[in-house]
Design a protein around this ligand. Structure first.
Ligand code: PEP
Ligand code: MG
Length: 954
């Protein structure tokens, strides 16, 4: 996140030509330790590709992607050349804004600049005398008033005034003139009757750019006992173009004009009447922009150079937005068109421009001088033009990415290769058997074969997670009940295959019906072993795998499917169904195989051997990707590897932003033995010890001494670093076999966390004693999970206070998890009593958005960056800080690169995550600026969706 800063302006620079100017700029960057001297090659290389002249006497020199290795720290510097420097033959510059950006941060600077450049500032730039003047010039917003045909709607069906106001607001929102919150700033009581049923309403809250929308109701409405036909909705702020506004008001106050306005029914005529810009009825062509970073300076310059060749006007609009000239670089840049958005070009009829439309579309399709990955047009157009899909099949409600083909990201990484589609196998067998003896023998042979091969998997696999799964499979096969039930079938005259299949189906169906999700998912394990034994009984061979590393595509991948196939050859996994917590996903993660699950049954129709590219971080997949997409994936994979290696080298250093704001980075663990690795990965504390997972590693309830010993292992390995322990969080999706809970309709809303332990106070007391005894006055922080009511916190705290009398502990803090919205909303009260808060965004998201966090279809929509959750975090942090308490985040969001700047900006003091994420998050924080994070966080709070927050951070 870059910002324009007075400290970064160098006045009175001199250069006789561009080469000298570029050297002067590199010297400035080197002096400020942003780049190495070699960056000059990047700057000159970029100028050779296309000059970086922006307009109004300003250039924005920046390096090529290859020169990013010369960048030590992202930053920008501004140099004023009062005598000017010839930049691209015809244009002279007076100000160079030189950018050293490790990624695409410079696009934000471009946006600020281009907005300013809509003003005529060339002379002021040239004559500027001080750094303050330059920054003021660049940050100045031009006066404006959007008033165009797309902001007008007639025949609007509205039930009442509020409905009509909502429609008027929608128009402003669609055109990105106002943001979320504008509607609530409109006061019905301050509407003005302009006469003849025309009313106006105004607000200056949440206005992005001044604009007026006009809506005409289909039916005449009434307001304050007066007629209401037309509503003029004014979004105003200090940039309002007063002259234009006055002209509009003159028309609206003119009785005759208003009379005509009431007659006209079509938005084009209305637009003409009120002096709004019209959408010309010119030949048009549409194209979806495919450039990865949108229409930024280079492709936009390419477009301008091309359109300028054609005589006649060429206008362009993004989606349904206002048209601007396609010959103006600043206007194109200010449109902020992103990849996947549609550009509509219109050209003046009977001119060169009309004939040039085709060429322009071709050029955009080719990437305007950049390599592009095509956007999946079919799914894209689908979302634009097919409003109703008449089918009973569940359709994806939202696209989660540009390509439209998306599932749930289940295991990180990019992978591509030939598709290996494994469809359910067909088994044919006789229902009736020969004799009990013969069938029983067949069954025993098949079981023996399968057990042998399982033992081989167990012996060969290096992953403990896989070993455990197959050991469980072996145990299932050894279960005497299972054998007896199948033998009962054999005694009734069934064949071994039929008896086996029937029994497994009944058992798996019963298992799948369990309300506990984790237990229900074990039905897949039963079917998995069921199918393997059936295959052995029917003599069906295992599926043969392709030669090259491939993408395994299946309905649902059973654990043995992954392990049985040569894992060096399974490049990635794509499944039709399944959630991120399914065993297939666990196996994939353990093997570090990128995986996308729950992508829909259509994936089974992918042709065998068609190349498939999957992205285990976004959940996207592409069938038959372009070579450029594959090249990009290879480069990206390499880039990720290098970033990780670099980050690991510095993982033990603190995470301090460029402007010296430190954030504590801690690890989440569920096994006491994981502490050593966490510290080696750079953890400065354990921010969450999930004690229910520690309990789960014991086959029966651990007594006080066992628990104390467990906690000592962690504290010893931490060597003085703080330990945040969560008391037992059993229930929901985490059952404890030796702590049975009655079957519940909604376990996530049931006896879970503190609700359970308060009802088993002895259990809580025992755990607290074990913790206090293990502490030995080392920094121990205890927190209670699932607190929703103040009474729960006070009751838990009272038990702890009682225990402390006998087991004093000097270095103790007591806090709560904020994972129930009620707790976040009550944070101002709770903050007076607790020592700290740790926000569990996994559950806070689940409970705020009312989406089961493991739901196979919906969990991808449960995004912790949803503004509703950010508002709760903001409220929690403010309340805590007001009372001098600290706040951590221990949900998955803490390691999400898009969330990190927002969370830091909201003032969170500690981020706790899986220890493998620590090096990268620390590295990311070191490149951030706290002040900028605060600005972004504030903007995020008023976004209308999680995706809007994500694009904001981008
Ligand atoms: C959370 O809810 O964010 C959290 C950290 O707890 P768990 O994931 O263990 O429920
Ligand atoms: Mg939780």
């Amino acid at each position: 996140m870059l910002a324009l800063d007075i400290q970064h302006v160098r006045m009175k620079q001199h250069a006789t030509d561009k080469a000298q100017a570029l050297q002067c700029l590199v010297d400035i960057l080197v002096e400020d330790q942003l780049v190495t001297p070699d960056y000059i090659h990047g700057l000159t290389g970029r100028e050779q590709q296309s000059a970086t002249y922006l307009g109004q006497g300003i250039a924005i020199p920046h390096g090529t992607p290859q020169s990013r290795q010369c960048i030590l720290k992202t930053g920008i510097r501004l140099a004023h050349f009062p005598e000017g420097v010839v930049w691209d033959g015809e244009n002279k510059i007076y100000l160079a804004v030189v950018i050293a950006a490790k990624s695409d941060e410079h696009l934000q600077v471009l946006q600020i600049l281009t907005r300013a450049l809509i003003n005529d500032v060339a002379d002021q730039v040239k004559q500027a005398q001080s750094a303050e003047q330059i920054i003021a010039l660049l940050q100045a917003q031009p006066a404006s008033l959007a008033l165009h045909e797309n902001l007008i709607a007639t025949q609007v069906p509205a039930l009442d005034v509020e409905d009509l106001i909502w429609q008027a607001t929608q128009l402003l929102k669609q055109q990105k003139m106002v943001e979320c919150g504008f509607l609530s700033g409109l006061n019905l009581n301050s509407m003005i009757h302009l006469g003849e049923g025309v009313w106006s309403i105004t607000s200056n809250q949440h206005v992005l750019s001044p604009a007026v929308s006009l809506v005409k109701a289909e039916q005449v409405l009434s307001h304050q006992q007066e007629m209401l036909k037309t509503l003029v909705c004014i979004a105003s702020n200090e940039q309002l173009d007063m002259q234009r506004f006055q002209r509009l008001m003159d028309i609206l106050f003119d009785t005759e004009q208003v009379h005509t306005l009431n007659q006209e029914q079509d938005s084009h005529q209305l637009a003409q009447l009120i002096g709004a810009e019209l959408i010309p009825d010119w030949p048009s062509r549409r194209i979806v922009l495919a450039n990865a970073h949108g229409l930024h300076a280079r492709p936009a310059t390419h477009l301008v150079n091309m359109t300028k060749k054609f005589a006649g006007d060429i206008l362009v609009a993004v989606d349904e937005g206002a048209y601007v000239s396609a010959k103006s670089l600043t206007k194109l840049l200010a449109m902020g068109c992103r990849r996947g958005q549609t550009l509509t070009f219109i050209a003046q009829p009977d001119t060169d421009a009309e004939a040039g439309l085709e060429q322009i579309i071709d050029a955009v399709q080719q990437g305007l001088g950049e390599e592009v990955e095509a956007v999946d047009l079919v799914s894209h157009q689908h979302s634009i033009s097919d409003p109703v899909v008449n089918t009973l099949e569940l359709m994806p409600f939202e696209s989660h990415g540009d390509t439209g083909s998306c599932g749930i990201a289940a295991s990180t990484g990019l992978a591509f290769g030939p598709a290996h589609v494994v469809k359910p196998r067909e088994f044919s067998y006789e229902r009736r058997g020969q004799s009990f003896k013969a069938e029983n023998e067949k069954l025993e042979i098949a079981l023996h074969q399968v057990k042998n091969s399982l033992r081989q998997f167990i012996a060969h696999t290096e992953s403990t997670a896989i070993k455990q799964i197959f050991m469980a499979h072996l145990e299932m096969l050894d279960d005497p009940d299972l054998l007896q039930s199948v033998q009962r079938g054999l005694k009734q005259g069934l064949s071994a295959a039929a008896a086996w299949h029937d029994h497994i189906e009944v058992a798996a169906t019963a298992q799948a019906a369990l309300s506990d999700r984790l237990l229900a998912e074990r039905a897949a394990d039963l079917r998995d072993i069921g199918e393997r034994v059936l295959a052995a009984l029917c003599g069906v061979a295992d599926v043969t795998e392709p030669e090259q590393p491939y993408i395994l595509i299946m309905h649902d991948v059973g654990p043995s499917d992954v392990a049985r196939l040569n894992k060096d050859r399974v490049a990635g996994i794509l499944t039709a169904v399944g959630g991120a917590s399914a065993h297939s996903a666990i196996v994939a993660r353990a093997l570090a195989i990128p995986a996308v699950v729950g992508a829909g049954v259509a994936v089974l129709n992918i042709e065998n051997h068609a190349t498939v590219l999957i992205n285990g971080d976004s959940g996207e997949y592409v069938v038959s990707p372009e070579q450029s997409q594959i090249d990009h994936a290879i480069a990206e994979r390499q880039r990720q590897r290098e970033l990780r290696e670099q980050a690991e080298q510095h993982c033990l250093e603190p995470a301090i932003t460029l402007d010296q704001h430190q954030v504590e980075i801690a690890a989440n663990i569920g096994k006491v033995g994981a502490t050593i690795q966490a510290v080696a990965d750079g953890a400065e504390a354990i921010g969450l010890l999930r004690t229910e997972l520690v309990f789960m590693s014991h086959s029966s309830a651990p007594d006080e001494a066992t628990q104390e010993a467990d906690y000592r292992v962690v504290l010893d390995a931490l060597a003085g670093r703080p330990l945040v322990v969560r008391t037992l969080d059993v229930g929901g999706d985490k059952p404890l076999p030796y702590l049975p809970i009655e079957k519940e309709e909604n376990p996530f809303l049931g006896l879970r966390g503190i609700r359970l332990t308060l009802r088993k106070p002895e259990l809580l007391r025992q755990q607290l004693v074990a913790l206090l005894k293990a502490a030995d006055n080392r920094p121990l922080r205890i927190m209670f999970p699932m607190i929703g009511r103040v009474e729960e916190w006070r009751a838990a705290k009272a038990i702890l206070d009682e225990v402390r009398i006998q087991h004093p502990c000097e270095n103790l803090q007591v806090g709560i998890m904020i994972e129930v919205p009620a707790a976040a909303l009550l944070a101002p009260i709770l903050a007076q009593e607790v020592d700290f808060f740790s926000i569990g965004t996994n559950d806070l998201t689940q409970y705020t958005l009312a989406i089961d966090r493991g739901h196979p279809l919906l969990s991808a929509e449960a995004d912790g960056l949803h503004p509703s959750i950010l508002l709760l975090i903001d409220q929690t942090v403010r309340a805590a800080h007001q009372h001098g308490k600290w706040v951590g985040i221990c949900g998955e969001l803490a390691a999400d690169p898009k969330a990190v700047p927002v969370l830091i900006g909201l003032g969170v003091d500690e981020l706790s995550m899986s220890s493998t994420s620590i090096p990268l998050v620390k590295a990311q924080i070191r490149g951030l600026n706290y002040i900028n994070c605060q600005q972004v966080a504030q903007q995020a709070l008023s976004c209308d969706s999680a995706s809007a927050v994500r694009s904001l951070v981008e």
